[in-house]
Design a protein around this ligand. Structure first.
Ligand SMILES: C[S@@+](CC[C@H](N)C(=O)[O-])C[C@H]1O[C@@H](n2cnc3c(N)ncnc32)[C@H](O)[C@@H]1O
Length: 280
């Protein structure tokens, strides 16, 4: 433990994380390869830097939400904000019409984007690109600040956009910028599904009672688990979330679908989920 804490001080987090994943999973990945238990659009375990081994299950779970709440259609143009290593893109492959539909993903992690670019080569309507944005957890050498970043797409170029488990790694000012950019690139009437950890009296009380799976604490302006690497996990105050949605010109569609992360007994998914719409 002491060695790990020492390493954490001197080794950039992405290098440490990916080394740990390699050590832990390389033998299992080799066995999968020998047994032929691999799938073209599921990365080997050692490369899944986005957390959690349930790559397929979580992708399928969210695809269900995108269909139900996002009302996605095969001809839609889809944007995956912070696409990681393609967990959410895989179920879109049999769904999207290659002639009319398309899928764009961007992320700040080079390895995930490279993996997606290589593995989706036979699906030219799926495109992935990297943005060199600073994030202490995922990209500490990044040159651009998230709260100043402009999505690399023209106005009104998507029917549906989503960010799953991305705002949970960004300060609220950056989240506000991303919501504004989402509104800009959506067509009028377009929808967005975003996840977050929303800090409100209910989640706060559950955390205080020790019921939460994630032990968030307030550190000055930030609500985080690890104040040394805030971007490891960040919650957003409900007032800041509501203000950011409003300032972006987006409209909430229904209530936030509350998550189980803070120990709620009635929930939709693990994180809180907001369905938003750009006015037509
Ligand atoms: C927990 S992973 C989730 C990845 C993906 N959305 C998914 O659900 O599989 C968080 C992702 O957010 C990305 N990320 C963090 N800050 C970002 C930013 N400012 N812009 C785009 N992506 C970002 C990270 O690189 C990482 O891939």
């Amino acid at each position: 433990m002491m060695i790990l804490n020492l390493l954490k001080k001197f080794v950039p987090n992405p290098i440490l994380l990916k080394t740990q994943l390699f050590v832990r999973y390389a033998p299992r990945d080799l066995l999968d390869k020998i047994l032929g238990e691999t799938e073209p659009l599921i990365p080997p375990r050692r490369k899944i830097f986005i957390g959690g081994p349930e790559f397929r299950q979580i992708g399928d779970e969210f695809f269900g939400y995108f269909r139900r709440y996002g009302e996605i259609q095969p001809h839609h143009r889809i944007l995956d904000i912070g696409c990681g290593i393609g967990r959410m893109s895989r179920p879109f492959v049999p769904f999207l019409d290659p002639a009319r539909g398309s899928f764009e993903g961007f992320d700040i992690d080079q390895s995930g984007i490279k993996w997606c670019q290589e593995h989706y080569r036979q699906y030219p309507h799926f495109r992935f690109q990297r943005a060199d944005i600073y994030n202490k957890f995922y990209n500490p050498a990044g040159r651009v600040q998230a709260d100043q970043f402009t999505f690399p797409y023209p106005d009104a170029s998507f029917d549906f956009a989503f960010a799953t488990s991305v705002f949970t790694h960004m300060p609220s000012k950056a989240t506000a910028r991303y919501l504004r950019e989402t509104a800009r690139v959506l067509v009028p009437g377009g929808r967005a599904l975003m996840t977050a950890f929303v800090w409100n009296p209910e989640s706060q009380a559950l955390v205080r009672q020790g019921r939460a799976k994630l032990p968030f604490r307030e550190h000055g302006d930030l609500i985080v688990i690890d104040p040394n690497i805030p971007e490891d996990a960040i919650a957003i105050r409900q007032g800041d979330w509501d203000d950011a949605v409003r300032a972006a010109g987006l409209m909430p569609v229904g209530e936030v679908m509350w998550g189980s992360w803070c120990g709620r007994e009635n929930f939709t998914s693990f994180q809180d989920m907001a369905l938003l719409r750009k006015p037509a």
